[in-house]
Design a protein around this ligand. Sequence first.
Ligand code: KG4
Ligand code: ZN
Length: 344
Amino acid sequence: MSDHPLILGIETSCDETGVGLVRGCELLGDEVASSVDQHARFGGVVPEVASRAHLEAMVPTVRRVLDSAGVQKEDIDAVAVTAGPGLAGALLVGVSAAKAYAMALGKPLYGVNHLIGHVAVDQLEHGPLPEPAIALLVSGGHTSLLLVNDLATDVVSLGDTVDDAAGEAYDKVARLLELPYPGGPHIDRAAQRGSASALRFPRGKWGDGTYDFSFSGLKTAVARHVEDADRSGSPLVLADIAAAFQDSVVDVLTRKAVDACVEHGVSTLVISGGVAANSALRALAEQRCAEAGIELRVPRPRLCTDNGAMIAALGAEVVAAGLPPSPLDLGTDTSLPVSMPLAV
Ligand code: KG4
Ligand code: ZN
């Protein structure tokens, strides 16, 4: 056994109750209870439903992770929890639970940043992250490009979406195409049968000299295409629409991510978040990174979506950096800036 401290990580920023156990870069346990099915008929996460589900799932999920790792709760050295960004009520459940565990066990509490957790988790699969690295976070809630100089102390935001997140765009377009929620995997599968060149949709903020993203114009273009086809009675080729939409999203994401690496002289790119499971994004990122001599690191899909291991992984970094624990009156911050790996 290594001498790294054993970190319990708790994640409740959205609709997944995640609890993980990590030592250094070693993943010991990772249990997730999701309320996604309860949100499906609304086509998006309902915050109050998510909070209630976290309350019910918290204690059983902690028990499951301890059992699966064969660890006693007394063995835990520190408790890390998502302090933000995320849904207010959902975050409160996790932070309250983490405080209770920290206090009961007499161990330090660390309130950490969800976004940076998505990057830190890669260390559990690929080992220590070369720093600096560029990270592209793409999920239902965020689309961010980050310059990671140091996971625990120095992360800089290079750009963000100015409207919808990438996953949100997938979910909204899936709805237009009458595919189930969450729509990302359905569009991904449909796109594999279609031709991306059959249609040409706009590429938001393409070549605008920033690292920001925009997907609402693309979504509107798809909506207009569907309406026009309805009106004229022409057949809708769902696979082609999915392929052309996906081509627009992954083209802009990978182009800006590679440009950021080149501009900052960085040779490692991490892609994480639920949309990192996308087959076209992975393929195009691999191709463009290989052309530019950049090492691409994409955690396995299970670690890309929200989970507690990512919070424990960042907690381990923060502890290793010798940062002071958070106070027990730690609050939640629904828009915690990425410049703050550790909340104060
Ligand atoms: O990270 P995540 O599980 O939750 C948060 O939003 O934080 O990401 C969920 C998002 C959803 O919008 C879903 O449609 C999208 O990730 N997603 C995908 C794929 N799998 C999940 N999007 C595109 N292609 C996929 N294969
Ligand atoms: Zn997330």
